[in-house]
Design a protein around this ligand. Structure first.
Ligand code: SAM
Length: 245
């Protein structure tokens, strides 16, 4: 069965996404390096630099679709190990890998891991100083619902940062990128995990995600102010920022 290029409705989508990340959890970090040729590290560093986390023990960040912890670990380190980060993910296998990595890095005291859905966050209103989500929002079936939830759990003055694959806005680079993602990514996926289909699905989910400007409008619609974006590597990825004021 190939679910790579057929239309997937909202209801089925979450199940497919969960399958993918359940299967790849143990190899997720190495796959990221291979498929982005290491670039995801620089993009994540830039995201956390843009956040500029406060060096304070009462600074609370929620990292949604946090997976194996890459963003949360960087935030805690950037705060001199003072900030408290909650890593939330719908997939217990990804969180399991994350918790183990946190333990090895000696960061467990700054982190909590929560298995839940971005569309329905198990937190009271106005709890967090920042909400981050990296390469996660395109997997969520109802993006508008996830964005309203982000708005709800942020404090006034809180910051939203979304890192996601976006529209390549550089001539030539877009052609190279297409060749890489449609051919190489499913092939590497198969080599490393034994399956190509989940990767075809992920590549397709990138195509379907709104471009920089449309996504900025969705963020505004959820209530955020001063919405801006920055392209990374010609728009292969983009960082969107918004404030709850
Ligand atoms: N943020 C991490 C990173 O940048 O390395 C992980 C990104 S990974 C590509 C996407 C993650 O989104 C997976 O761990 C997946 O389980 C999670 N996810 C998918 N749908 C979700 C949902 N509805 N709510 C919360 N997490 C979700």
């Amino acid at each position: 069965t190939s679910y790579g290029f057929r239309r997937v409705n909202e209801g089925e989508k979450q199940g497919l996404v969960n399958d993918v990340f359940h299967k790849v959890a143990k190899r997720y970090d190495i796959m990221n390096d291979v498929m982005s040729m290491g670039l995801h590290r620089a993009w994540k560093d830039a995201m956390v630099a843009a956040l500029h986390p406060r060096r304070s023990a009462d600074y609370k960040v929620l990292d949604v679709a946090g997976g194996t912890g890459d963003i949360a670990f960087r935030i805690v380190e950037a705060s001199d190990r003072l900030a408290q980060a909650t890593v939330l993910d719908i997939n217990g296998s990804m969180l399991g890998v994350g918790a183990e990595r946190a333990r090895k890095k000696g960061l467990s005291g700054n982190l909590e891991f929560v298995e839940a859905n971005a569309e329905s966050l198990p937190f009271e209103d106005g709890r967090f100083d920042a909400y981050t989500i990296a390469f996660g929002i395109r997997n969520v079936p109802r993006i508008d619902v996830a964005l309203s939830e982000a708005y709800r759990v942020l404090k006034r003055g809180g910051r939203l940062l979304v890192l996601e694959f976006s529209d390549v806005e550089m001539p030539l680079l877009d052609k190279v990128y297409d060749a890489w993602s449609f051919n190489a990514i499913p092939r590497f996926g198969k080599m490393i995990t034994g399956e190509a289909e989940p990767y075809q699905y992920l590549v397709e989910s990138i195509r379907k995600f709104p471009d920089q400007k449309d996504f900025a409008r969705m963020i505004e619609k959820a209530g955020f102010s001063r919405v801006t974006y920055t392209n990374y590597t010609g728009g292969i990825a983009a960082l969107h920022s918004g404030w709850k004021i």
